[in-house]
Design a binder for this molecule. Sequence first.
Ligand SMILES: Cc1ncc(COP(=O)(O)O)c(C=O)c1O
Length: 359
Amino acid sequence: MSRFWNEKTRNIEPYVAGEQPKPGQKIIKLNTNENPYPASPKVREVLSEVEIGSLARYPETSSLVVRNELAKVLDVTPEQVFCGNGSDEVLAFSFQAFFESGESAAPLLVPDISYSFYPVYAELYSIPLRKIPLKDDFSIDVDAFCEGNGGGVAFANPNAPTSLLMDLSDVEKILSSNPDHVVLVDEAYAAFSGVTARTLLPKYKNLLVTGTLSKSHSLAGLRLGFAVGDPELIEGLTRIRDSFNSYPVDAIAQKVAAVAISENDWVMENVRKICSTRDRIAEELRARGWVVPESKTNFLFAKPSGLTAEAIYTNLRGKGILVRYFNKPRISEYLRITIGTDEEMDALLKAVDEIAGGN
Ligand SMILES: Cc1ncc(COP(=O)(O)O)c(C=O)c1O
């Protein structure tokens, strides 16, 4: 605490990211939902060809090369695409562009258990928030989002950390019940579910879908996120971007991202491998008495048997395996385990068995 901090800085409760290993530390990292496989060799090639002279110039502001490639694979026009420095930034811009701030504003509706950056952005931008409890099975309470008394809606689909997918018919119900406000569908994990709300874009001008290259495209370190929606929503995001930072996506990131997006077969093959490992490990854990809901993401939301989630987390950490533990109401008995390579996941199972056996 410093006496120079203003009220906002004093009161904000910042997002806490998953633990990052120290340089050189050898661990199995299953705590931040990264992709265990590298991006394609073509991505390496373009990276090695970056000309130092080109970095003397500012990058193109709108990430046009990236938007063009995204438009092709997402089946939209470049005017429907916005790019930012990770989808975290795109979410932050969206909150500022579309949801009203101030005590008298209608609240933004979010699930009580979802991506923990939503409440942080709401607080940072003084947007009133109404947290709608998930049902007992951790599914989103669709009807509560359809009461039409909010100032906008934001949720992840599939949701995190629960790993559960909401049917598109339910997403559509929420869209049609909130026609005067933006419904933000955060699809950070959509590649692993094969389901996207983008198909609803022609019907709903209030739909904004966000996505990222951090998970499916093996580029969490590059920081490239995007939003897809009606060109008027994209223009709103651009107004906010240009009031904050005209160049959020650097020149190297633009080049690399464009190639990574065009390498769709490579991406989908990695997604397929991850989903197959995911389903195998879910079965293995269930066979050990764990409760593991059906994941449509690149992670498992899993309740251990025998020991508490916290004890398993601590013991795994001692063995050099990082998973995510949230000491929060309703989910403190669960772990969020990112799907790594088959070898990494076999090491996890072995460690779980050792811990269960008291070792
Ligand atoms: C639901 C959800 N949305 C957004 C993000 C942020 O992704 P990015 O790396 O694009 O900022 C994450 C990252 O874990 C996430 O879980």
